[in-house]
Design a protein around this ligand. Structure first.
Ligand code: PEP
Length: 258
């Protein structure tokens, strides 16, 4: 059985002291959550602090973005090798907030994904439709373009490290999550596309997360779905109690997977 993966995206929140306190609580609780994989994704400023706080635990570290070049005169940017050196195993790529506010495109997602893989990071590639696209019946078309172009040129072996996060834009930070049926439809669609391109082995091993207003109360029903392998959690990851509870519910849901 695949272990659920729960990744907490702290976005642009938490001072060093707050980050250390939260990461320490998650690290302590992780001892009783050995059936799940936990990842903390703080702002760049807190990577070192969080790395220290989770040392010796099974909790992993991730970055919120990267630039596709490995090094150079790119003021303000952080590369994949620098993230690796800072202790990261994961990096979020193409989050809808970056697509919306910072001009991220499927082409830049593709370059960043390749940079992450080159450095030995697992990219968490975010895809998802806007409310307008959903209401126009264009959800699958949008997601198909994002995975086709975002993952263009990747080989079969790369797929062992790629994590896909389906995050409907209308569900992020809104308190309105996709229903388990809505999420499962898109997850199944993504898994089938992976199967078509890379085969059955890659599709069944692929980790596909759901993101969008995940909370302790909705995690169990989402994680019971066949193709939902975990969650990318924003707001509810900023409090240790709710993130840990989400992990517990995910483990329960996974065990009763349909
Ligand atoms: C996210 O940041 O990816 C996210 C899903 O946020 P929230 O859980 O707050 O909706």
């Amino acid at each position: 059985m695949k272990r659920p993966l729960l990744a907490g995206n702290w976005k642009m929140h938490l001072t060093l002291a707050e980050a250390r306190a939260l990461a320490s609580l998650v690290a302590a609780a992780s001892r009783e959550l050995s059936e799940a994989d936990l990842v903390l994704i703080p702002p760049f400023t807190a990577l070192a602090e969080v790395r220290g706080a989770i040392a010796g635990s099974a909790v992993a570290l991730g970055g919120q973005d990267l630039f596709w070049e490995d090094k150079g005169a790119f003021t303000g940017e952080v590369s994949a090798p620098l993230l690796k050196d800072a202790g990261c195993d994961y990096v979020v790529i193409g989050h809808s907030e970056r697509r919306l506010h910072f001009g991220e495109t499927d082409a830049s997602v593709n370059r960043k994904t390749k940079a992450a893989l080159r450095a030995g990071l697992a990219p968490i590639v975010c895809v998802g439709e806007t409310l307008e696209e959903r209401e126009a019946g264009r959800t699958m078309e949008r997601v198909l373009t994002q995975i086709r172009d975002g993952l263009d040129g990747l080989g079969r072996e790369d797929m062992d490290r790629v994590v896909i996060a389906y995050e409907p834009v209308w569900a992020i930070g809104t308190g309105r999550n996709a229903t388990p049926d809505q999420a499962e439809d898109v997850h199944r669609f993504i898994r089938r596309r992976i199967e078509e391109k890379y085969g059955n082995g890659a599709a069944s091993c692929a980790i596909i997360l759901y993101g969008g207003s995940v909370k302790p109360a909705n995690t169990y029903s989402l994680l019971k779905e066949k193709d939902i392998d975990g969650a990318l959690v924003g707001g509810a990851s900023l409090e240790a109690g709710s993130f840990v509870e989400i992990a517990r519910e995910a483990i329960k849901g996974r065990k009763e997977r349909q």
